[in-house]
Ligand binder design. Structure first.
Ligand code: F6R
Length: 257
């Protein structure tokens, strides 16, 4: 098993520059790259740097197709707190891609059908998402963040390894973290579930770049790199992948050797 490469950056800004350069390098080698993307606070500096590179004519994403890792359940286009809106505001509005996809977490009005019909529809949407990724040739480079509990996408600590895209309940810790980061601490406003690529889907990517900054991620990074490989720490599973790069800052790296 090849050990993940770890780049330790001074701070969040440098992390953005390093991760964006890695992505840009992959795009220059393969202009038709299929790129997996996360939402959240951590990738903001990466998206700022990609935008700078595009503005400076150092980056052409016109052949690149993107797939987001996840979307909050029953959120989408038109919802201020959806990942769709986040991605549009942070990246897609500025940098043109060939095509950009997010899981369809709002395929119909749930009031118009029974719960079981609605869940079947969600299941179909998840399968369609996996099929679309496959039809595009699979993900070449997958950028991921990490939760303070070690989650990747919304694959929360669990006894089992998740497979393809699926509907998942968010862990209490994730709801708390997201409330603090995006909802002024108001947990009741945070969506409690999401559609997320499963771990097996994520592990199919040819290359995975994990980004993390800040002391709140130090324990998760320690567990991911030095603890047991277990679905209880989904990020630890990345160590079974042949081509993984961790781009982290000094605070996040403070517990590792
Ligand atoms: C979001 C996602 C999550 C985040 C993680 C870290 O699309 O997949 O796994 O990457 O929760 O979020 P931030 O970057 O806000 O700390």
């Amino acid at each position: 098993m090849k050990k993940p490469t770890v780049y330790c950056c001074k701070n969040h800004s440098e992390l953005g520059r390093v991760a964006a350069s890695l992505i840009a390098q992959q795009i220059s080698q393969n202009p038709n790259l299929v790129l997996g993307l996360p939402s959240g606070k951590t990738p903001i500096t990466v998206y700022q740097e990609l935008r700078k590179k595009y503005d400076n004519e150092e980056l052409d994403c016109s052949g690149v197709t993107t797939f987001n890792l996840d979307e909050y359940f029953q959120r989408g286009k038109g919802d201020a707190d959806s990942y769709y809106t986040f991605m549009h505001e942070r990246l897609f509005k500025y940098v043109p891609f060939k095509a950009s996809y997010l899981p369809n977490a709002k395929p119909a009005d749930p009031k118009e059908m029974s719960t079981s019909e609605y869940l079947t529809l969600i299941d179909e949407e998840c399968s369609k998402y996996d099929k679309l990724i496959e039809d595009c040739g699979g993900i070449d480079v997958q950028l991921v963040g990490i939760g303070s509990n070690g989650h990747i996408g919304f694959n929360e600590p669990s006894d089992e390894i998740s497979g393809g895209t699926y509907l998942v309940d968010l862990a209490e810790q994730t709801i708390k973290d997201n409330a603090e980061k995006f909802y002024n601490g108001n947990k009741s406003e945070v969506p409690k579930s999401a559609i997320s690529m499963g771990m097996e889907q994520i592990m199919k990517a040819k290359m995975i770049i994990l980004i993390a900054n800040g002391i709140s991620k130090a324990k998760a990074i320690y567990d991911a790199l030095e603890g047991p490989i277990t679905p209880q720490v989904p990020a630890s599973l990345l160590r079974e992948h042949e081509d993984v790069i961790f781009v982290i800052d000094e605070a996040t790296a403070s517990l590792i050797d």
